[in-house]
Design a protein around this ligand. Structure first.
Ligand SMILES: [Zn+2]
Length: 440
């Protein structure tokens, strides 16, 4: 769909002659200008808010390759008739790998030039620049009158864009799904005709000092807190890891707007994100505890009261229940500060469990910290150990040469063979004391 017409272009002083002159071509490599077979699928005006640096107007196009693949290109125009050297300037951005002044942008400008070329001979501009300026003011004022009249007759259409507060669970790729980190970021969303919403993948600037049209009054304080936090933690990425203290103000207010969303992002399927609206869930009880393994080792965990719950490591701790989806607080008899660090503990080998238990009991909390069960030692009597010899390759010496080595193990009948991670034989052997003296 092409929704840019010659009369649209004529609204911008000097744009049509500039396009027809081909002055824009000097910004492109000759090879980009010669790209054959590209066709413009759509061309339309975009909201200027989607551009970073305040252009006079912004055009978006969809350019189709001969292969059928489409790229989205945006061209920001800067028009300043007072600027004698560059009355018209532009920047481009594209979804292709080259991003700036690529062949898709060139094809878009070529297409615009072809629209501009349908204009008749250029109006002669007044000799006196002051008169020209005054005429422009009159023309602008007339356009404002028309625009105001149009606004007055049609009922105010609600602005369909909004600021979306987004929590994303990102699964790391290697190994797949091994770790899931929640992130918090701001995006622009829009309501579609069926009442649903679409969240754009690009981030919203959401500067409270220069509020954009998609921001509502209640967004200003949240955005101020969000940017203050980013500065404080030095998060220069668009998203901040969602963890630690100081999130109450942001999350509670974002929930209250009804525009807090939740998405699960796998690095493999970045393009297909589904954002669900989060509502507030009830405070839930969480129990610090232990995951016990067959061999007697144990790992500290937090036991959640449901399979669909996932922990958000903020202070105080929160959860997201993907069944809702809801966001709520977690509480326990154990203080929040301890709860947040509890699941970070490592796997504790069976042999160290009694020692760790003694340590945990010595920590003076109001409610005692849970301890893993100690696997009682089994006393076997009347069994004779069976010596076994294991022959294997071993690497020893400073140069780690390969030798055949043997290892004697004593195995009790019916008991698992204990394997040791220690290298055998020891790779470095000290010379016996006095060896040098004896040989001398
Ligand atoms: Zn491109």
């Amino acid at each position: 769909m092409i929704s840019v017409t010659l009369s649209d272009l004529a609204e911008f002083d000097g744009l049509i002659p500039w396009l027809v002159s081909g002055a824009w071509k000097e910004h492109f490599e000759p090879s980009e200008l010669k790209a054959a077979g590209l066709s413009i699928h759509t061309l339309r005006f975009l909201d200027e808010e989607e551009a970073y640096d305040d252009p006079t107007f912004l055009l978006g196009s969809e350019v189709r390759e001969p292969t059928g693949r489409r790229h989205r290109t945006a061209v920001s125009f800067y028009i300043d008739p007072e600027d004698e050297e560059y009355p018209v300037d532009f920047t481009t951005d594209c979804s292709c790998d080259f991003s700036y002044t690529c062949r898709h942008a060139a094809a878009t400008l070529e297409f615009l030039s072809s629209i501009a070329a349908t204009a008749g001979p250029a109006r002669r501009s007044p000799v006196n620049p002051e008169i020209g300026h005054w005429l422009r003011l009159i023309r602008q004022a007339e356009q404002n009158v028309t625009a105001n009249a149009a606004r007055a007759t049609s009922p105010a259409k609600p602005y369909n864009k909004f600021l979306a507060y987004c929590i994303e669970f990102r699964e790391s790729r290697y190994p797949a799904g091994s770790e899931v980190t929640p992130y918090f970021g701001l995006h622009i969303g829009s309501y579609n005709k069926s009442g649903g919403h679409v969240i754009e993948s690009t981030h919203a600037t959401a500067d409270p000092a220069k509020p954009a049209k998609y921001m509502a009054p209640e967004d200003l304080a949240i955005c101020a807190a969000y940017h203050a936090r980013r500065r404080k933690v030095g998060a220069w990425d668009s998203d901040m890891p969602l963890g630690g203290s100081g999130w109450d103000e942001i999350l509670n207010a974002a929930l209250a707007t009804g525009r807090l969303f939740f998405s699960r992002v796998s690095s493999a399927y970045r393009s297909s994100r589904i954002y669900q609206t989060l509502t507030e869930g009830p405070p839930l009880h969480v129990e610090p505890g232990w995951e016990l393994f067959e061999n007697g080792s144990a790992r500290p965990i937090l036991k959640l009261p449901g399979d669909t719950l996932e922990i958000i490591p903020t202070l105080p701790l929160r959860y997201i229940d993907s069944a809702g989806p809801t966001l709520g607080l977690l509480h326990s008899e154990i203080p929040d500060e301890i709860l947040t660090v509890w699941p970070e503990g490592p796997l504790i080998p069976a042999g160290q469990v009694p020692e760790i238990n003694a340590e945990l009991r010595s920590i003076p909390t109001a409610t005692p910290l849970p301890t893993p069960a100690e696997k009682p030692a089994q006393i076997l009597s009347g069994l004779a150990p069976v010596p076994t010899l294991h022959i294997t390759w071993v690497h020893c010496g400073v140069f780690q040469k390969r030798h055949i080595g043997g290892m004697v193990r004593f195995q009790y009948p019916g008991c698992p063979v204990l394997t040791s991670s220690r290298r055998w034989p020891p790779t470095r052997r000290r010379k016996p004391r006095g060896w040098t003296a004896t040989s001398a």
